[in-house]
Design a protein around this ligand. Structure first.
Ligand SMILES: C[S@@+](CC[C@H](N)C(=O)[O-])C[C@H]1O[C@@H](n2cnc3c(N)ncnc32)[C@H](O)[C@@H]1O
Length: 266
C-alpha cells in the first residue's frame, strides 16, 4: 500500500525526486526568483521541500498523515512542516510559490472539496505568486490512454518481490476513479487496497482555478510544458494568483500551454 510507511512510499515512488527537481525548475522560470518562501501542500516525505531548501529558500510543508510529516521533518530539518488538510489550511501567512505534487490535489473528490482546496491554495499564495500542481492526467484516464497496467507497481527488496496489480472503475457521474491494487508478495496475494481520486479535463481545471483567483499560465503533460495532445500520464499545471478573486477579464478559453510555452512569461 502506498502509505504503508514513509519508507515504502519512497521506494515505490522514486519519481518523487524527479518531480521535485522538475517543480524547482518550473518555479525558476515562472516565479520571481529566488522566491521568498515556498509552501508544499501534501509534502509527503519532503523531497520537494529539500530541493528548495538546498537553495536557502524558506520552506513550509503540510501533509495529512503524521508519518509523512515525521519523515519530511527528518529529510528536511530546516523546513517548517506540520500536519494539515489541504481543504482546511490556515497557516496565517502567504507564499511566493505554492506547490502540490504527486496527485495530492486529486484527493479533493467533491466540488466542495475542490473549491475549498483551491481557495486555501489561493489564500496562501501572494498576489502575483504561482501555484504548481502535478498529478495523474485525468483526461488521459477518461479517454482510455491510461489503463490499469500503467498504474500497477512493483517493488524489489532483498529476497522479496512485491507487486501491486491495479484495476479501476470510473464513476463518470462523479468524475472519479476508484482504484484497487491487489498486492502480491512473491506472487502470493498478500492484501488489497482501495483508493479514489477525482479526474478532471483541462478546461474544467482551468475554470476551477479561475474561480479561485488564479490565471492559468500553462498546462502540459510534461514538465518542460511543451505543447502536446495532453495524452501523457502526468499533468503539470502552472497558475498565477491574481490580485483579486474577481473573474479574469483575460480568459480566452484556450489552454494556457498553447499561449505561453515554458520560458515565455505572460
Ligand atoms: C502520492 S503522495 C505525494 C507526496 C509528495 N507531494 C511527493 O511528491 O512525493 C500524496 C500525499 O498527499 C497527502 N494527502 C492526501 N490528502 C491530503 C489532504 N487532504 N491534505 C494534505 N495532504 C494530503 C498524503 O498523505 C500523501 O503524503
Amino acid at each position: 500500500m502506498i502509505y504503508r510507511s514513509a519508507d515504502w512510499y519512497d521506494q515505490l515512488y522514486p519519481q518523487a525526486t524527479l518531480w521535485a527537481e522538475q517543480c524547482f525548475q518550473l518555479a525558476q522560470v515562472h516565479a520571481s526568483y529566488p522566491p521568498g518562501a515556498v509552501l508544499d501542500i501534501g509534502c509527503g516525505t519532503g523531497h520537494a521541500l529539500t530541493r528548495f531548501a538546498r537553495e536557502g529558500i524558506e520552506c513550509w510543508g503540510v501533509d495529512l498523515l503524521p508519518m509523512m510529516v515525521e519523515a519530511a521533518k527528518i529529510r528536511c530539518p530546516t523546513a517548517n512542516i506540520r500536519i494539515g488538510d489541504m481543504g482546511h489550511l490556515e497557516l496565517g501567512r502567504t507564499f511566493d510559490v505554492v506547490i502540490s505534487l504527486g496527485s495530492v490535489f486529486a484527493h479533493a473528490l467533491t466540488n466542495d472539496d475542490v473549491r475549498a482546496t483551491l481557495d486555501a491554495m489561493a489564500v496562501h499564495t501572494n498576489p502575483g505568486g504561482i501555484l504548481i500542481l502535478e498529478m495523474l492526467n485525468g483526461s488521459a484516464v477518461l479517454t482510455g490512454v491510461i489503463g490499469p497496467a500503467e498504474l500497477s507497481v512493483r517493488l524489489q527488496k532483498p529476497g522479496v518481490t512485491y507487486r501491486g496489480d491495479a484495476s479501476f472503475v470510473i464513476d463518470r457521474r462523479r468524475s472519479r476513479m476508484q482504484l484497487t491494487r491487489v498486492w502480491h508478495r512473491n506472487d502470493q496475494i498478500a492484501w488489497a487496497e482501495q483508493s479514489e481520486i477525482r479526474l478532471m479535463m483541462p478546461l474544467e481545471l482551468e475554470g476551477w482555478l479561475d474561480q479561485a483567483g488564479f490565471n492559468l499560465v500553462a498546462i502540459a503533460d510534461n514538465a518542460a510544458m511543451e505543447l502536446s495532445e495532453l495524452a501523457g500520464h502526468r499533468l503539470w499545471v502552472v497558475a498565477r494568483r491574481r490580485a483579486s478573486k474577481a473573474p479574469s477579464v483575460e480568459r480566452t478559453g484556450q489552454i494556457g500551454s498553447s499561449l505561453h510555452p515554458c520560458g515565455s512569461r505572460p
